[in-house]
Design a protein around this ligand. Sequence first.
Ligand code: PLA
Length: 448
Amino acid sequence: MRHEFTSSSSPADRRLNALIRHLATASIQSGTAVAFSPTSSFHGDSIFSHVVLAPEDPILGVTVAYNKDPSPVKLNLGVGAYRTEEGKPLVLNVVRKAEQMLLNDRARVKEYLPIVGIADFNKLSAKLILGADSPAIQENRVTTVQCLSGTGSLRVGAEFMARHYHQKTIYIPQPTWGNHPKIFTLAGLSVKTYRYYDPTTRGLNFQGLLEDLGSAPSGSIVLLHACAHNPTGVDPTLQQWEQIRQLMRSKALLPFFDSAYQGFASGSLDQDAQSVRMFVADSGECFVAQSYAKNMGLYGERVGALSVVCKTADVASRIESQLKLVIRPMFSNPPIHGASIVATILKDSNMFREWTIELKAMADRIISMRKQLFDALRTRGTPGDWSHIIKQIGMFTFTGLNSKQVEFMTREYNIYMTSDGRISMAGLSSKTVSHLADAIHAAVTRMP
Ligand code: PLA
């Protein structure tokens, strides 16, 4: 522990020292350190008057704008949050049932959890993503820690790598979820991209991907979307995954899977975990960040897990001890409620089955919305090939609409989406499809 505090070689320490130096210099230069007095703070400018107004988040800011719009026809297709056919947020029945059970259990208390969270939740989460028969789990080579949803799991994993992994460069797909570069940069990693999406085919740029990973320095970290790639909705085929695996293992590239949509791509939890399981089956090491936001509809409960699959049980337990040192000063220990819901559902075979049925229904509704939107554009004779709407998978369609067209649709049709042309299919319903198709048709014909 002593060593932890005195060493100045870790990236976290270096960042902290740089920040302290910067603040000290800035306050001397601007004179704020000397000028401060109780009187000047009452009558003069705020000591924070230099703080500039930050822009809204590119995804969550869409909801902020949507909430301000009084129009009755407004439609929020920004954030990836599931809505029912009635356009309402959905709490799964099985989640309500689990909550009721938890509520009825008078033995439950509100004590702090251990730093790594609920043991059952961690075991069951690893089983869910790696498979019940995973040798890695049986051989105790996996360590899992409960984190704050997918984002928190990614951040904890990244902080660990910045401290303990020899390569500090992470390759992320181009494009990717907008929060990825920020999470990894702030954790102290250096972010580079690999080619992923080809706008001309609206499919995977597989050649570009292989070339870029092929020329990445040996040992680099590679972020992979386990399924339902966000924002493109384009995933490699199983054969392509196998080629990616071989290439990455041959160059000792370290896979960091982001699994935020297990069950949402195909409707099957097992099928959507195949990419991850392929990389675990070869006995190599990897990181996996899981989120229960979408597949269990637990968005605001912030439930997720980080698993590290290691070569040996011994390494796994040492890594866990270090993950605790990352978590303790970050959020101390995770919250109880959401993870208790998940553990209750995962450990009861009937509830688990109920969950898979509700999950499949959500995935199917999204798939049906793809078909309906595609048909509606065809009926209107909207110029262009829209088959990518039904080919892409997961929560989003990457429409190919440009930022001007998006702006037009928001202004004229009160349809809210991210400026890259991504629409959340989960926010669409049979009732709103024609409004969206009208808007896309107008955008494409009036602003080609
Ligand atoms: N990873 C990917 C690929 C995601 O798309 C998201 C969420 C997360 C991780 C993190 O989710 P969590 O922390 O809530 O578990 N992406 C959303 C929401 C659905 C967001 O931007 O926060 C999106 O609209 O892209």
